[in-house]
Design a protein around this ligand. Structure first.
Ligand code: UDP
Ligand code: MG
Length: 320
């Protein structure tokens, strides 16, 4: 079955989103119909363990423009987005979360900017509704810290909700690094970029699929993909503490040779040893984060494994 080539591809990663799939499809379809151009909706089922896949399948059965990439297991949000980009056929690719926190109606504004000639139109959050204080604070800190730490100009308060031109998508497909921080990679690519402002809504239903563990990993990926500064900080702390240690040695020697002050200091010895061992282990941990990622790259495994595809023509099936 050959359908017309879509102008727009909407990429939607879904992980255990049975409560939002239908509504997400309905809202997206409504917005995309209003665009007046041919489109496809690509849902990436990222190893969901609930009814997500069967809901997606029934959507696909009704509407062939809704397609499914079904992963063999959970590979993570960023990889799901990458798979969507790999399979997208449109002249512009829109990435959006399934939980309707990013209002689909904003896509229409993005399309306008794209038609003006921008290659990347990202959504910038002016407010976040219905998220925990903890999430708001960590997100705020994260974006600002990242800006300080990296040389790439990654915009602040911008998620993966964005529209990218075919040229940007093709360039993205060449970046196959394993621990991916997509919004950073898109900034790294360059092209002409602009923003549209929007308010981040409450999740439509269900709960976040980014527990603290995934959030921390995500932050580490972001920092290690774009910055050596943590390693430089390690060098700096190392130099500073050895200098301090050396200065203190001179003081101790002076006291031993030229005064008869007895040096007491078992407690201070123990605490110093503990502090410096702590610093050394911390620095080893930082180095380890980088080495672990080098290890991931060197294994040369594919980014993801597709179990089945629904709605893609045979010749589109690329493998990963
Ligand atoms: N998601 C995914 N794989 C994961 C985690 C999340 O595909 O391992 C999807 C999820 O279904 C949603 C999007 O990524 O469509 C963003 O996740 P979520 O809304 O839970 O993150 P938050 O908005 O809380 O940061
Ligand atoms: Mg969300």
């Amino acid at each position: 079955m050959k359908t017309t080539k879509p102008v727009y591809s909407v990429v939607v990663p879904v992980f255990n989103e049975e409560a939002v799939c239908d509504e997400c499809y309905r809202r997206l379809k409504d917005v995309m119909d209003r665009s007046g151009s041919a489109y496809e909706l690509i849902f990436i089922n990222d190893g969901s363990r609930d009814r997500t896949l069967s809901i997606l399948k029934s959507i696909h059965a009704e509407d062939p423009s809704a397609k499914i990439i079904n992963f063999s297991r959970n590979f993570g949000h960023q990889i799901a987005i990458s798979a969507g980009m790999d399979y997208a056929a449109g002249d512009a690719v829109i990435v959006i979360d399934a939980d309707l926190q990013d209002p689909p109606e904003v896509i229409l504004d993005m399309m306008e900017k794209w038609k003006e000639g921008y290659h990347v139109v990202y959504g910038k959050r002016t407010r976040r509704k219905g998220e925990t204080l903890f999430k708001k604070i960590t997100a705020r800190l994260f974006y600002r810290m990242l800006k300080q730490l990296t040389n790439v100009d990654i915009p602040v308060d911008v998620g993966d909700f964005r529209l990218i031109d075919r040229r940007v998508c093709d360039a993205m497909k060449k970046l196959r690094e394993k621990n991916r921080f997509i919004r950073g990679l898109v900034s790294w690519l360059g092209f002409s970029q602009t923003e549209v402002l929007y308010e981040r809504e409450k999740r439509f239903a269900g709960s976040t699929k980014y527990p603290l563990r995934k959030m921390i990993n995500f932050m580490l990926d972001a920092v290690t993909s774009f910055s050596y500064i943590p390693l430089k900080i390690a060098t700096f702390i190392g130099s500073l503490t050895s200098l301090a240690g050396f200065a203190y040695l001179l003081i101790v020697l002076y006291q031993r040779l030229f005064t008869d002050k007895t040096i007491q200091g078992w407690a201070s010895m123990v605490s110093l040893t503990l502090i410096f061992n702590g610093i050394i282990l911390l620095i080893l941990g930082i180095i380890g984060e980088y080495i672990g990622r080098i290890y991931d790259e060197s294994k040369n495994r594919p980014l993801y494994i597709v179990q089945d595809l629904e709605g893609f023509a045979e010749d589109e099936v690329l493998g990963s």
